[in-house]
Design a protein around this ligand. Sequence first.
Ligand SMILES: [Zn+2]
Length: 187
Amino acid sequence: MRALNAASGWRANVPGMSQHAKGTRQHTIGAPLRGRGILAEREHDPYRDRGKPPEPSACPDCGVVFHDGRWQWLTAPPEAHPQMCPACRRVRDRFPAGFVTLEGEFFHAHRGEVMNLVHSHARHVREEHPLQRLMEVEDRQDGSCVVTTTDPHLARGLGEAIRHAWRGDLAFHYEQGQTLLRVHWRR
Ligand SMILES: [Zn+2]
């Protein structure tokens, strides 16, 4: 919603996006989700566009607290209304907002280092942005890896952090009114 709109200028600055956006493997990523209709077009993020929860609310799964109009890592007051946060709902529904595909010979040879960066970057982001989390890391038979996230910003940030560290080819492809981002990095 608000953050996504503010970031709508991002796409113009992404070199190579259109060149790589139509990756041949897109239909294979997030395989467990196929057949549930979740890849249908959606104009809005169904996890963020709902009405705001009462304050204070606390997520029974992760403990994040809705306060001052946003989800924050706070200690939940005893009277907090239990309400699952958007990130935990996405995890429960297995409905990622970001897919980061990592592939190539370099990735294959340096997988450990790259994945360390993925996890450390995600930990850092999660502290500042409680709804931006890793969901799953799926290793595929061809040696590539797909990381899913609860928020497109995290997917983008992961791709940029990896490119910053090791260069390589990075591409972004937004879908569904920019509520879903597919990131491909290859080196
Ligand atoms: Zn939660």
